[in-house]
Design a protein around this ligand. Structure first.
Ligand SMILES: C[S@@+](CC[C@H](N)C(=O)[O-])C[C@H]1O[C@@H](n2cnc3c(N)ncnc32)[C@H](O)[C@@H]1O
Length: 384
């Protein structure tokens, strides 16, 4: 009963804010029919200029310039291919570096030189994940990955900042992992590169995205490691996860659908700022809360969850986390504790630009010299 009341309260609150926006922007039908149809990318820019100028203040102009420019990629090394060493040699000869290994080495050197204890909140990094990037300010592009003699591709290109949620998830040897919104599979692949997973369940509501995920797995993971006892792929609505399976996972990744800010500024295709998708966009925070709650239920007590988006929106980031944490306690009696990721921002500060301290979670801000992100992430531990 309590669960229903508060969820209904939340829905009503969201509806109120939707009505508010609609009233303010209401245009007389007479004008609406003759109104010039702005491309969705322009609508996205107008929206971001209004919301993010307020939210990010003086940082917004440089973030805006970054998001309107070509994004930087990282090459996630496929350690399952026999040619991985040659791939790494070739990348090094082009001037790339493994930002994970480099950051760890730099931090260890600093600690030794200054004879200081490891920083509070510093995180263990799975050294099996390797992701190469071009140096700061270098906007060279990676060549497409090629298959080795075993038929497996040497690397997977993705926004290097999207490796951070996987590193923060901190998968331990023997863990079972649920990737609730997994398509097209970049983070699933990164999780598997840690080589410590006992069982991985990758799910996505979209059939076409799960099909892409399956193709990615076939291109990168040897067949003998893709058995149903190690990797399972499903296509169900993550909000209904509980009715699917009672298994409690050690680690859960909830990488939700969001306004995909960079995509919305640059691509008309599948753009959530199209007028026909306004309602869907306004309902995103509610969908995100429901997915995070499903993820919390699927985590074992003591287990770790990672919530992430590729948006700068506080409504889709910290507000979702705060609402879900309080609803989990109120409606399900589950206590969830957000974790300090300060160690992460320190460790990777030479590769990514992070937003100044936030109430919960961390945010990678795009910048012309380090044009990764946006990526928001919040690590949570389920206490009971
Ligand atoms: C940000 S993308 C995930 C990206 C992916 N983790 C990766 O790294 O490649 C969000 C995904 O959520 C999926 N999705 C949307 N609604 C969903 C739902 N109700 N349940 C599960 N997945 C959903 C979308 O199809 C989309 O593939």
């Amino acid at each position: 009963m309590a669960a229903r009341t508060s969820t209904r309260f939340l829905i009503n609150k969201l509806k109120d804010s939707i009505c508010f926006i609609q009233k303010r922007n209401r245009v007389k039908t007479k004008w609406a029919s003759t109104r010039a149809k702005l491309p969705a990318t322009n609508l996205a820019l107008q929206h971001f200029d209004m919301v993010y100028k307020n939210h990010l203040g003086d940082l917004w102009p440089s973030v805006r310039a970054g998001m309107l420019s070509e994004q930087k990629y990282g090459a996630l090394i496929n350690s399952y291919t026999s040619g991985a060493d040659d791939v790494i040699t070739a990348l090094c000869s082009q001037g790339c570096r493994d930002f994970i290994r480099d950051s760890e080495t730099a931090e260890m050197k600093q600690e030794t030189e200054e004879l200081i204890e490891p920083a509070a909140g510093s995180s263990h990094i799975s050294s099996n994940i390797q992701c190469f990037v071009f140096p700061r300010g270098d906007i060279s592009r990676f060549r497409p990955a090629r298959p080795g003699s075993d038929g497996l591709l040497g690397y997977y290109l993705l926004d290097a900042a999207s490796i951070l949620p996987v590193l923060a998830l901190d998968v331990q040897p023997g863990d079972s992992v649920l990737d609730l919104c997994a398509g097209p599979g970049g983070k699933t692949l990164a999780i598997l590169q840690s080589q410590t997973v006992r069982f991985l369940w990758a799910n996505d509501a979209s059939g076409s995205r799960t099909a892409r995920l399956q193709r990615t797995l076939q291109s990168y993971i040897p067949k003998e490691l893709r058995g149903e006892d190690r990797i399972r792929v499903t296509s169900v609505d993550g909000r209904k996860w509980r009715t699917m399976d009672d298994h409690a996972f050690d680690r859960v990744l909830v990488d939700v659908p969001c306004t995909t800010d960079r995509h919305s500024l640059l691509e008309e295709e599948n753009n959530i700022f199209k007028r026909s998708r306004t309602k869907e966009r306004q309902k995103l925070p509610l969908l995100q809360i429901e997915l995070l709650l499903a993820g919390i239920r699927a985590t074992r007590p003591g287990g770790v969850l990672l919530y992430s988006t590729c948006s700068l929106s506080p409504l889709q980031n910290e507000c979702v986390v705060e609402q879900a944490v309080s609803l989990a306690q109120q409606d399900m009696g589950i206590a969830v504790q957000p974790q300090d990721l300060g160690g992460f921002t320190r460790l990777f500060k030479n590769t990514f630009r992070f937003a100044p301290e936030r109430a919960v979670g961390e945010l990678v801000l795009p910048h012309l010299c380090a044009n990764f992100g946006p990526i928001y992430m919040c690590k949570l531990v389920r206490l009971a």
